[in-house]
Design a protein around this ligand. Structure first.
Ligand SMILES: [NH3+][C@H]1C[C@H](O)[C@@H](O)[C@@H]1CO
Length: 627
């Protein structure tokens, strides 16, 4: 039995304590970004290759290939789909897109589509006709369709359309199709690009986010969103970095880039879309900025740093302009005016800037000049922002000048690390430093076996570690599991907090741990009987002061049950409390075939000055006591 008394003394819990780490690692295009068409603008592909046609297929006897257009729709989008119809064709011709490993068809959804098209060598007598845009199963069942009139012209035109699904698919293996009667277009060659189809989006935003994934994240009430990376910020080289200026403005002006996880990023999900969604989700950004180190191991030379920090060169915009885009005055600042023109005249909320990512891989140049060059210039321009350093792996931080106040720590390990490390922050001296556990996860079993999905043993070990975040939230201001999302059919890293398909979302056991700590974060931590990492039971007591509610979290990392007796410093007026528990047999995972193997359940208990609680093995419980 563990006897836990808690006092009314303690410290505030920062509102930023629990949030989300994000980068496009099978999670942006085809994930959070609601665009349903994969390879919609043939960005960053080599014309004439099969890869260039990823997700596209011909319908009927038309011939499709990706070409470098003789007259591109924009300098950013040089490629186009060439659609050639043999003379004498009479049957239906066209092409299909298979989406990101499927396209969801849901009854009642109104889809919004568009595409640019032109006829490079139009016939002397204009040809007019109608395309048919439809959603169909791979078996040919048409769910919905509409006609889109066209007239041949050598100049690019954009067609737009909508259609509404009247039934829901049985399988997600569906196609978007553009087709036309062969006799209308026989002998013609047409070009298409930026072929786009959106379902309804979160908050109804144009060029927005997928609803079910947004709702799944909203259910965690996350306080912050760290973006755009992670590795995907850094580029293989400086030229390949995430360059914010290429991700804003009209979609037709965004070139996309080869991301750092083995596939092309369209950058249709760009800086503005991120910031608008973060605001819609009641989060605040922790925005990482390129700090001159890329994944090939190269650092920008000291003499070149200012071109990335404050001096714009050959259309590359410096970090200073990025921050002006986010918080600048649209009436006086050019970058802020772009933000206003996109629909957000007021500044976005921004308090935290992270300088780089995992610079412990490049500590020398970070310490010698990269940290200082960015910090000194940006702090001078934006003194109200907090700047987070990234070159530490634990609370024993390296020395940097100027000395950072905020540090981002990353750790991926096994359950034993998190169980044994539950007091890693208790032992740190309180010297003004603030820590962001920006990435952490149980990534292997104790025997080193890899994990495709989180499992209950690792998730409860994470919970033990997170009780340490609650307890030390006087110096831990933020924490987020990583990575956040991955597509079940295209995965670069496992395990992930949430796994999704085109129409399903699987909440892992670690998702529920993150959710419970975030929902029951409270605003004040109450000190309680001290403990050590050597016991299987950990606890944390926080309070929602305005609600007069106390959250007694109990973690049991053993497979056997244990008993905890809480002694409160008061007698609660409500003698019945409600609790939530996540528990499962060792090895349990929520997977596509068993998505709900372990889900939280609620229970009630008798609340008094003492509360006895029998905590099952491998469990996280939150007992809510109302005064
Ligand atoms: N290697 C991890 C650390 C890096 O910051 C992330 O991009 C990766 C996955 O979370």
């Amino acid at each position: 039995t563990f006897d836990v008394t808690f006092s009314t003394a303690g410290h505030n819990v920062p509102s930023t304590l629990y949030g989300l780490m994000y980068e496009d690692i099978n999670s942006g295009d085809g994930g959070l970004y609601a665009e349903l068409i994969q390879n919609r603008a043939f960005q960053q592909v080599t014309p004439g290759t099969s890869t260039a046609l990823t997700a596209w297929a011909a319908l009927g006897s038309g011939k499709i290939s990706v070409v470098k257009s003789s007259s591109p729709v924009s300098p950013a989008l040089p490629n186009a789909l060439s659609f050639a119809v043999p003379s004498g064709t009479t049957s239906t011709v066209g092409f299909t897109n298979s989406g990101f490993f499927g396209i969801p068809v849901t009854a009642g959804w109104t889809y919004t589509g568009s595409f640019y098209y032109r006829t490079p060598s139009p016939p002397a007598t204009k040809v007019s006709g109608s395309f048919t845009a439809d959603l169909r199963s791979t078996g040919g069942t048409v769910f919905t369709s509409t006609t889109v009139p066209f007239t041949t012209s050598a100049t690019w035109q954009q067609a737009t359309f909508t259609f509404t699904a009247s039934s829901t698919q049985t399988s997600v293996q569906n196609l978007f199709a553009l087709s036309v009667g062969g006799s209308t277009v026989s002998g013609l060659t047409m070009e298409f690009t930026l072929i786009s189809l959106f379902p309804p989006t979160f908050n109804g935003r144009t060029n927005g986010f997928r609803m079910d994934l947004s709702e799944t994240l909203l259910d965690m009430k996350p306080a912050f969103f760290r973006f755009p990376g992670g590795n995907n910020l850094e580029g293989e080289t400086a030229a390949d970095r995430w360059a914010w200026e290429n991700t804003v403005g009209d979609l037709v002006d965004r070139p996309g880039r080869v991301g750092d996880w083995g596939y092309i990023n369209t950058d249709g999900l760009g800086l503005y879309e991120y910031l608008q969604w973060i605001e819609d989700m009641d989060m605040e950004p922790i925005m990482a900025v390129y700090a001159g180190y890329s994944l090939n191991g190269a650092s920008v030379a000291s003499s070149d740093m200012q071109t990335y920090v404050t001096e714009a060169i050959n259309q590359a915009s410096p970090i200073e302009f990025l921050i002006n885009f986010v918080i600048g005055d649209a009436s006086t600042n050019a970058q802020a005016a772009i933000r206003a023109s996109m629909g957000h005249p007021d500044p976005f909320t921004l308090n935290y800037i992270e300088i780089g990512n995992e610079d412990f891989f490049s500590p020398t140049t970070y310490a010698d000049y990269r940290w200082a060059d960015l910090y000194n210039a940006l702090h001078a321009e934006f003194p109200q922002l907090h700047y987070i350093a990234t070159s530490a792996t634990s609370g024993n931080v390296p020395s940097l000048s100027p000395a950072p106040t905020y540090w981002d720590l990353h750790i991926y390990s096994n359950p034993n690390f998190f169980i044994n490390g539950a007091f890693n922050f208790d032992i740190l001296s309180r010297n003004g430093l603030q820590f962001f556990q920006g990435e952490y996860a149980t990534t292997t079993q104790n025997n080193g076996a890899a994990l495709q999905y989180p499992f209950i043993d690792g998730s409860i070990a994470e919970a033990a570690y997170m009780a340490g975040f609650d307890r030390n939230s006087d110096i831990v201001f933020a924490a987020s599991y990583a990575p956040l999302l991955n597509h079940v059919s295209s995965t670069q890293w496992t395990p992930d907090l949430i796994t999704f398909s085109p129409n399903t979302v699987i909440r892992s056991t670690s998702y529920y741990v993150q959710q419970l700590f975030s929902l029951y974060k409270g605003d004040f931590y109450l000190t309680s009987t001290t403990n050590t990492a050597s016991t299987p039971v950990q606890w944390s007591v926080t309070r929602d002061t305005s609600a007069g509610q106390y959250f007694l979290k109990v973690i049991n990392t053993a497979t056997s049950a244990n008993t905890v007796v809480f002694t409160l410093p008061f007698t609660p007026s409500h003698t019945t409390g409600t609790g939530t528990i996540l528990t499962a047999a060792s090895g349990t995972q929520n997977t596509p075939t068993s998505p709900n193997a372990a889900v939280p359940s609620s229970f009630s208990f008798t609340a008094g000055k003492t509360i006895m609680y029998n905590t099952p093995g491998l469990s996280l419980s939150v007992l809510v006591v109302t005064d």
